[in-house]
Ligand binder design. Structure first.
Ligand SMILES: Cc1cc2nc3c(=O)[nH]c(=O)nc-3n(C[C@H](O)[C@H](O)[C@H](O)COP(=O)(O)O)c2cc1C
Length: 174
């Protein structure tokens, strides 16, 4: 098993996948890692729709403005913020912020776990939210916030440049 830092360094957005499905045990491990993500008040105010059928993958790719690699991925996880669940304890801050953070932290854990298992993935944020909600028949107030395309990668993209730490972190104001 690679170290955490090796996983972080290895993760890249893969946008081409083999048809080979993900082994059920590997998918289970990804989902078990996801469950360990922190969440506001430990409410885990998110829902994940597991999409494996060709039909729904095609429809998701269309809803993602024709990003066809979404359909090519054998498994697609749609992370949804469960606003009503967080609102019940935390009011509007829970609905607007905590549920969104819960869902996206969970997606990050899933993506890193997939990397650790040698799987490829790409986070997709550009999609028609209303269309995805309709397609997946999401309950009222449950908002799709990230699509994670998962599978055996058919490409190994190079590391894109990053802004340095110094550009992103500043000392506190006095
Ligand atoms: C919030 C978010 C939205 C993204 N949306 C898309 C997307 O719609 N399509 C896509 O191909 N990649 C998308 N990406 C992946 C980024 O393009 C990618 O992470 C970035 O270019 C850095 O490359 P790397 O992941 O290989 O390090 C998204 C990533 C994030 C975090």
């Amino acid at each position: 098993m690679p170290s955490f830092f090796e996983v972080v360094a290895a993760r890249r957005s893969a946008r081409a996948f083999l048809a080979r499905p993900i082994e059920p045990a590997a998918l289970r491990s990804v989902l078990e890692a996801m469950v360990e993500a922190p969440s506001a008040g430990n409410l885990q105010a998110y829902r994940v729709i597991l999409v494996e059928t060709r039909e729904t993958r095609n429809a998701l790719a269309e809803a993602a403005h024709g990003q066809d690699f979404v359909a090519a991925a054998p498994t697609v996880l749609v992370f949804c913020a469960d606003a009503p669940r967080s609102r019940a304890r935390y009011g509007e801050r829970g609905a607007a912020l905590f549920a969104l953070q819960d869902a996206t932290i969970a997606a990050s854990y899933a993506q890193l776990a997939a990397t650790a298992l040698g799987l490829g993935s790409c986070w997709v944020g550009a999609f028609d939210e209303a269309r995805v909600a309709r397609l997946l028949r999401l309950a009222a107030g449950v908002r799709p916030v990230a699509i994670l395309a998962l599978g055996h990668a058919a490409e190994r993209p190079p590391r894109p440049p990053r802004r340095p730490v110094e550009a992103l972190v500043q000392a506190e104001a006095h």
